[in-house]
Design a binder for this molecule. Structure first.
Ligand code: MTE
Length: 326
């Protein structure tokens, strides 16, 4: 994987040296030992940052928030075997079983809409234009399970600035690949999604420094079941916003239609911010099950507003009724 280090840097162990889960866990212990690893007073009180950057970033990253004591990294095996990727089936184990059928190379992303230069870009060119970073984020699914995942990738804000949207752009729309031959879930008669899978963000949300484009996890290339080769990660929103295997990005003036809104608009809103006070009709959002969990060890923890990232994102929703704009 690329590993360039520019600007301020955080941990002393570069991601290129981190190749295994045990190395990550080791490093996490190292991080736990104190804030000394984090230059520039990024972390207060010996805590662990909510996200970290190995390579640094040109985008100003917010400072000071910590992962909680219950935020141990979810083991690689769980992150890559318990997935939602309906293009490959409805069962949690289907993506790990079938996603390898997706051809990942060559991969291109079509850029269209309100942008200076609509074009189709090779993934390699996107990677060459952006800085690789590592971010450790909680991922909270609307089904009330959650994980803590060390991602590799690049800042969405940095990517968008490189793409140069016009002043008319107010939203960003994302689309997943739709290949019936390679995605057996899209051929299923029981599938409820009107393919391709679609998602969107308000432009200011997309420009928030926390929004991330993942190309890897645990220092390894992104497994197909996790959305290879390129997926969105929006840690303060329910997981369904974090669209996988992206082939199209469109800048729009109006709010784009998303897949889940199309299926059940009363259940899934455009914003989908993690919020323990706004329940989904089928899942209370008050608590979540931090994976791995079992009948004997349910690992139930209280859900936090904006998944605990409110300090960095609450301003985006100032004055908005979060129960109405769910
Ligand atoms: N993206 C696509 N294209 N198709 C999907 O079915 N599922 C979403 C999201 N992105 C989904 C998707 C949901 S519901 C969740 S919770 C996360 O992916 C799960 O990501 P993970 O499997 O990497 O944990």
């Amino acid at each position: 994987m690329r590993s360039r280090r520019i600007g301020f840097k955080l941990p002393k162990i570069p991601s290129s040296e981190i190749t295994s889960e045990s190395a990550y866990l080791c490093r996490r212990e190292f991080m736990k030992a104190g804030s000394l690893l984090f230059a520039g007073g990024l972390v207060s009180g010996g805590s662990i940052p909510a996200f970290s950057s190995v390579s640094g970033s040109e985008v100003a990253l917010p400072e000071g928030w910590a992962l909680g004591s219950s935020d141990a990294l979810t083991p690689y095996e769980d992150v890559t075997s318990y997935n939602n990727f309906y293009e490959f089936g409805m069962d949690k184990s289907d993506p790990a079983r079938y996603a390898h059928e997706l051809t990942l190379s060559p991969w291109q992303v079509q850029i269209e809409g309100e942008v200076e230069q609509p074009r189709t870009i090779n993934l390699e060119d996107i990677l060459a234009a952006t800085q690789e970073e590592e971010r450790i984020y909680r991922l909270r699914c609307v089904e009330a399970w959650s994980m803590v995942i060390p991602w590799n990738g690049f800042s969405l804000a940095e990517f968008i600035r490189w793409l140069k949207p016009t002043s008319k752009a107010k939203y960003v729309y994302f689309e997943t690949a739709y290949r019936r031959k390679e995605m057996r879930g899209t051929r299923s008669f029981s599938s409820v999604i009107d393919w391709p899978y679609r998602e969107g963000l308000r432009l200011d949300e997309a420009l928030n420094p926390l929004a991330f484009m993942a190309t890897g996890l645990y220092g390894k290339p992104l497994p197909a079941q996790n959305g290879a080769p390129l997926r969105l990660v929006v840690p303060w929103k329910y997981g369904f916003k974090s669209i996988k295997s992206i082939v199209k990005i469109r800048f729009t003036e109006t709010q784009p239609k998303t897949s889940w809104q199309g299926i059940a608009p009363h259940e899934y809103g455009f914003y989908a911010n993690v919020n323990p006070d706004v329940d989904h009709p089928r899942w209370s959002q008050r608590y979540e099950r931090r994976l791995p969990s079992s009948l004997w060890n349910p690992n139930r923890i209280p859900t936090q507003l904006f998944n605990g990232y409110g300090e960095f994102v609450a301003d985006l929703y100032k004055g908005m009724n979060l129960a109405r704009y769910y």
